[in-house]
Design a protein around this ligand. Structure first.
Ligand code: ASP
Length: 598
């Protein structure tokens, strides 16, 4: 029974036979039932065309007044985003539509059920939308009807499934760890949850399952993994989310190679899901080498333009040029033709990054030219050109900067940033290369500029290279950790380490970090106790899954691969969170809110 005009139909016992986008020429002459949304509607009088959309794509439905009068009459009521079910026959199209996966066919409707109406959406549901990200996030359920965002979620599902299959085959168990727990050691600010039952006490949401996964190793589970949500209340940055997902894993009795091997298998298979052929084993590089050659601890190896230390080539003119610290140069490929404006912009950027000076030499066909010519002379310029490995057509870019953080070469770090800018300007980054890299040999500590003391470069459970143990108290800056990072195309995917498994060494590290006995007991007492009951050597890693999926999906922002992301202001615009709560709820928790914000 068809409903009267203006009324909705019931789904009744109709069963869908196909997804719209799945129809092919081979389905011709079959009767099908499709269900979905009105993507587009064209009313030509006796014929109404409806593009029906579901999660599988779009199919064209034809309502022909002569062939199916009642269905045609009902179709006149359809509007954009109405929900419909249609029964009809698949027919080959005379003129296929190459834009649609189902474009070889169309469905001649015999019966239509209108299951729901819809308001006019605030933006069109097409891949190209010009709605602001804010509007898209506020109406995320409409945004996710678009093919691009939906494809990202499907890819995410497939990658996660593949990861689970790979790790299961390697003998890992997926084990859940608590969300309501106590502060964990990743060094960020915690999200706190007040306890109603224990007045005045709080749970912390985990920044990572770090302590729990180590305890699972003490518990003898041997191989653990988890696709797990982590929470860090950090200052807002463009591509951070207050809650994010990690692929977290831990193994007992591992060598570093064993952990790398597991992750390489996982990543190669995850890449294959996205149609990317990644090669294992991945390359390795020491932290110091990365800084020296690329000026960054996550080098993008898809292009060259390596840095060269040219401090010596500037030595004669150091005083005259007021150079403080080292000088690092690179040869910007084909950039001899840069305009004055481009060079100025580069200098601006270098300055903003803290450079003392930016010097350029054009190596053009007409000859070498540089503002440095008077100071350094033709021979001096040639020496720099040689040291930077510049060829005809290149622009040598050299940066000087004073050391700001003990043991870190500021000029190299700035040149490393300029290298990335230049590669972007010069379009040197191939989109189809996938350069994985393991970084090792990190310093155990880094200098906290604002706190003016040593802080763990990773978390405080990171193992220490045995030969450096003696230097722990005497020369902390020289102590190397057993930590490693995985980098892909210049993005850090995650980090991990072989852990400390002795209680005595763990206490020594805490002490060095300025935690007294009481603080140690208070924060990590249960873990220090656990370490004394037969802890096996163990190690692991955590990868930022949102970032992995975003890279494999070719998206710049992780928000594009999260179903319900937060804005850079940590808000959920759709659910309107965070929000105030009822006075009763606060009362129950024994919490009162101060009127001023801070
Ligand atoms: N828990 C660490 C992190 O979240 C990773 C690890 O050491 O396994 O960065």
């Amino acid at each position: 029974m068809m409903a009267r005009q203006g009324e909705l139909d019931l789904l009744g016992d109709w069963k869908r036979t196909h997804y719209a986008g799945a129809l092919r020429a081979s389905d011709a002459d079959q009767d099908v039932v499709l269900m979905g949304w009105v993507h587009r509607r064209r009313d030509l009088g006796n014929i109404i065309f409806i593009d029906l959309r579901d999660r599988g794509g779009i199919a064209q439905i034809v309502f022909n007044k002569e062939l199916a009068d009642a269905a045609h009459a009902r179709a006149e009521e359809l509007r954009g985003e109405y929900v419909m079910a249609v029964r009809g026959r698949v027919m080959r199209r005379q003129k296929p539509n190459p834009e649609l996966t189902s474009g070889e066919v169309e469905v001649f409707a015999s019966e239509l059920r209108i299951l729901n109406t819809a308001k006019t959406p605030p933006f069109v549901i097409e891949d190209q939308v010009n709605a602001s990200e804010e509007t898209r996030l506020r109406y995320r359920y409409l945004d996710l009807r678009r093919p691009g965002p939906r494809a990202n979620l499907v890819l995410r599902h497939r990658i996660i499934l593949e990861i689970r299959k790979t790790l299961d085959a390697l003998g890992f168990y997926e084990i859940e760890t608590p969300m309501l727990t106590r502060s964990t050691p990743e060094g960020a600010r915690d999200y706190l949850v007040p306890s109603r039952v224990h007045h005045g006490q709080f749970y912390a949401l985990p920044q990572s399952p770090q302590i729990f996964k180590q305890i699972l190793m003490i518990a003898g589970l041997d191989r653990y993994f988890q696709i797990v949500r982590c929470f860090r209340d950090e200052d807002l940055r463009a591509d951070r989310q207050p809650e994010f997902t990690q692929l977290d894993l831990e193994m007992s009795f591992p060598t570093q190679e064993a952990i790398f091997g597991v992750i390489e298998q996982v990543m190669v298979r995850a890449c294959a899901v996205a149609g990317i052929a990644a090669q294992a084993p991945f390359r390795h590089m020491e932290y110091r080498e990365a800084i020296r050659r690329y000026g960054i601890d996550k080098p993008d190896l898809r292009f060259g333009m390596e840095l060269h230390d040219v401090t010596e080539q500037f030595a004669a003119a150091r005083e005259r040029m007021h150079i403080d610290g080292s000088v690092h140069a690179l040869a910007a490929t084909g950039a001899a033709s840069f305009s004055r404006k481009q060079v100025d912009e580069l200098a601006e950027q270098a300055k903003a990054l803290g450079a003392r000076g930016l010097y350029t030499i054009k190596v053009a066909a007409e000859g070498v030219s540089s503002p440095l010519e008077k100071t350094l002379g033709a021979e001096g310029l040639q020496a720099i050109i040689r040291a930077a490995g510049a060829k005809q057509g290149d622009l040598v870019v050299a940066v000087s900067a004073a050391e700001q953080i003990p043991g870190t070469d500021a000029a190299a770090l700035i040149a490393g940033q300029l290298r990335l800018t230049l590669a972007d300007w010069l379009k040197l980054i191939p989109k189809d290369r996938w350069e994985f890299l393991w970084l090792t040999g990190f310093p155990l500590f880094e200098w906290g500029l604002s706190e003016k003391r040593w802080a763990p470069a990773q978390h405080p459970f990171t193992g220490i290279v045995e030969e450096d143990l003696d230097k722990l108290e005497l020369a902390p800056q020289d102590v190397r950790s057993k930590g490693y990072d995985l980098v892909l195309n210049g993005s850090e995917l995650g980090s991990g380490s072989i852990r400390i498994h002795s209680q005595e060494l763990q206490s020594r590290v805490f002490q060095l970090l300025g935690l007294n006995e009481e603080q140690r007991r208070q924060r990590f007492g249960f873990f220090l106790d656990a370490l004394t009951y037969g802890t096996p050597p163990h190690g692991g890693i955590a990868l930022g899954l949102d970032r992995v999926v975003a890279l494999l999906a070719g998206e710049k922002s992780i928000r594009e691969v999260i179903a319900f992301p937060k804005t850079t202001a940590a808000q959920d615009l759709m659910a309107d969170a965070p929000s105030g709560v009822d006075a009763d709820q606060l009362d129950e928790l024994g919490i009162s809110i101060r009127p001023e914000s801070r």
